[in-house]
Design a protein around this ligand. Sequence first.
Ligand code: HEC
Length: 163
Amino acid sequence: MHARIGWVLAAFALLGAAGAVAGDLVPVSHTDNGRRIFLHGTTASGRVVQNSHGMEGAGCAMCHGEDGRGGMMHGIPAPNITFSNLTDPNGHEHEFSNRRHPAFTRETIKVAVVAGLDPAGNTLNEEMPRWIGLNGADLEDVIDYLQALSKPHRRPSPGPERM
Ligand code: HEC
């Protein structure tokens, strides 16, 4: 009897450990890469992401805000880049830079981040760095992070307009 309980507990412990490996560690390192690039401009392996501004140690958050919901840099508005906002089916009109564009997709977000073009082909203001040091996997990770930022639970008290 006693021995059996011991076996069951041991099995639970093993399942728990396996769950941690399959359910936590792998996706966390993947998300971690996107989060680090977003916050600090460095990859999970510590590589500084090369960009047209020559910035080191600063990521998207510096201009677009830690929550990705937009900010100001040198008097130029840095838009809300949460995934749900970028992919809004109505697209956006950016009065300041006189740009109007349809909804972004994952592919056109990559073009904006690396080459500085919006989905209508408008050139983004130079204040937006061209992130030439991001490889395909890094870009997927950053976009996944923009998706995570879209979730309303990131905000302690989301207003109805955040839904
Ligand atoms: C130094 C400031 C700065 C940093 C850092 C920065 N951006 Fe930007 N970004 C801007 C500005 C300013 C604009 C608006 C340009 C315009 O309107 O022409 C912009 C525009 C964009 C757009 C287009 C949004 C739209 O609605 O058209 C995307 C996408 C974007 N940034 C993603 C990123 C990502 C991802 C990162 C990090 C890898 C990043 N940005 C880092 C300043 C910055």
